[in-house]
Design a protein around this ligand. Structure first.
Ligand SMILES: Cc1cc2nc3c(=O)[nH]c(=O)nc-3n(C[C@H](O)[C@H](O)[C@H](O)COP(=O)(O)OP(=O)(O)OC[C@H]3O[C@@H](n4cnc5c(N)ncnc54)[C@H](O)[C@@H]3O)c2cc1C
Length: 420
């Protein structure tokens, strides 16, 4: 029998690693600091709203192969909804204008020539700038590649950058946005469909995975924070959690699937990307279910996306660091008026609201940090890395986290001579 694989962190990266290893019959133990799995992709009952809410709205896309493979593995495909055909309704909260972006089938983007399908007010030559983005070199930011005085910038590229990279366009790595664009809009409608969870993140992405891991005999040790790693120049010898001291045997492996800032504290030699950016979510409990699509893009506003789930209107503000110290009530008072416009009830009084600040939602996705993203294999022979910040070629997303977990598991098995 080959050794145990210890997975540190039960976010999606760690869970994907654990699921891949357990499918091959490996003995796996997951060590997680929190009292539940899911990490930055989690749900909980909120007493103020008396509803289950997510820590933040998560938008996925039909191009996300790892997401769909994950849903199939854990038997949860029916727990997400896909807008088919792709359609992105938008509202400008300053002017009240509404329009819907509808990419066409196939890779030739004729939708950009059809006024009713493209971004309202954008010129065709502005769309062609997308080609410049696709050719961006690794040193460039998004702002280096695209003109910022166009309607397309204000209504498409800027919100897309802030949404996909969670930072300002003058910070965000153009190559990362280009990769998103290449895999989605540049391939046509079938790859550009919005995908979102029907009930909650936990219901669709986490709980079914935990149930499957338990059926396979994987232990997920909650409230088990990794405090220190013991290592020498070429091998990890053990680690300490708040529950126990683990001594690693020759055949044991460790997959570290912790956020970059925790990895940096425990093992600075890894030298992961530095810095993070915040995402703010506001959950408003309305009187009834509004007559709006499940996801609407917002422009001319502080917030970028409005999600409707039953009577709860949830709003995302990415790159929200300027609000880090602002009291929750002040934030909701500033944002509610724009949401009231989007809901078609301008001037309506503010309903109860829960504000969730995720101060470290993603690592800072700059060109400099792109170069610092490590691969799964390290020079410590029994240590492998996973997490949305590792070198996935993708922004910090669910898709990237799942991909990284699978890659780390495959590397750990390859190194230990395959499944026993
Ligand atoms: C508000 C918000 C909105 C987002 N929106 C989107 C979106 O629209 N689309 C999208 O694709 N992605 C989105 N993301 C990003 C996505 O959630 C992350 O990329 C993904 O969940 C990261 O997974 P991970 O496993 O790499 O990291 P994590 O989820 O951070 O997992 C790491 C785990 O390690 C645990 N841990 C930390 N320290 C220790 C320790 N010392 N010992 C043991 N365990 C420890 C943590 O508790 C956590 O469970 C969003 C993120 C946030 C926060």
């Amino acid at each position: 029998m080959a050794g145990t694989v210890h997975v540190l962190g039960a976010g999606l990266a760690g869970l994907a690693a654990a699921l891949t290893l357990s499918a091959e019959g490996r003995k796996v133990i997951v060590h997680e600091a929190a009292n539940k799995a899911g990490g930055r992709c989690r749900s909980y009952h909120d007493p103020l709203l008396n509803r289950v809410i997510d820590n933040g709205n998560h938008l996925m896309m039909s191009a996300n192969d790892h997401v769909f493979a994950w849903l199939d593995d854990i038997g949860a495909r029916s727990r997400v909804a896909v807008t088919d055909p792709a359609a992105y309704p938008f509202v400008n909260v300053e002017t009240g204008e509404r329009w819907t972006v509808r990419p066409n089938r196939g890779p030739i983007p004729w939708w950009i020539f059809v006024p009713s399908r493209r971004v309202r007010g954008a010129r065709i030559r502005d769309f062609l700038e997308g080609i410049r983005l696709l050719r961006a070199d690794p040193e460039k930011t998004v702002a280096d590649c695209l003109s910022q005085d166009t309607m397309l910038w204000r209504r498409f590229w800027e919100p897309l950058t802030v949404g996909a990279l969670n930072c300002a366009p003058h910070e965000g790595a153009a190559a990362l946005l280009a990769e998103v664009h290449r895999r989605t809009f540049a391939k046509g409608e079938a790859f550009s469909r919005p995908v979102f969870v029907k009930e909650s993140l936990a219901d669709a992405l986490i709980d079914p995975a935990i149930a499957l891991l338990e059926r396979r005999g994987v232990q997920v040790r909650l409230r088990s924070r990794v405090r220190a790693l013991q290592y020498d120049s070429d091998r990890l010898n053990g680690f300490a959690t708040t529950r126990e001291e683990i001594v690693l045997h020759t055949d044991d492996r460790v997959i570290m699937a912790l956020p970059s800032w925790v990895a940096a504290e425990l093992m600075p030699e890894i030298g992961p990307p530095s810095g993070a950016r915040m995402i703010l979510n506001l959950h408003f409990l309305l009187d009834g279910k509004p007559d709006l699509p499940p996801v609407t893009g917002l422009t001319g506003s502080i917030a970028q996306w409005l999600f409707i789930k039953g009577e709860v209107a949830s709003v995302t503000v990415s790159a929200a660091d300027p609000f880090a110290e602002t009291p929750a009530d002040d934030i909701s008072a500033r944002i509610w008026p724009e949401i009231a416009v989007a809901l078609g009830t301008p001037g309506a009084p503010q309903p109860p609201c829960r504000v969730v600040k995720e101060k470290r939602a993603t690592f800072l996705q700059t060109p400099a940090n792109e170069k610092r993203r490590p691969g799964a294999v390290t020079h410590w022979s029994n240590l492998f890395l996973a997490g949305d910040w590792t070198d996935t070629g993708l922004p910090a997303t669910i898709e990237g986290a799942l991909q990284s977990g699978r890659t780390a598991a495959a590397s750990a098995m390859a190194q230990s001579g395959g499944p026993s």
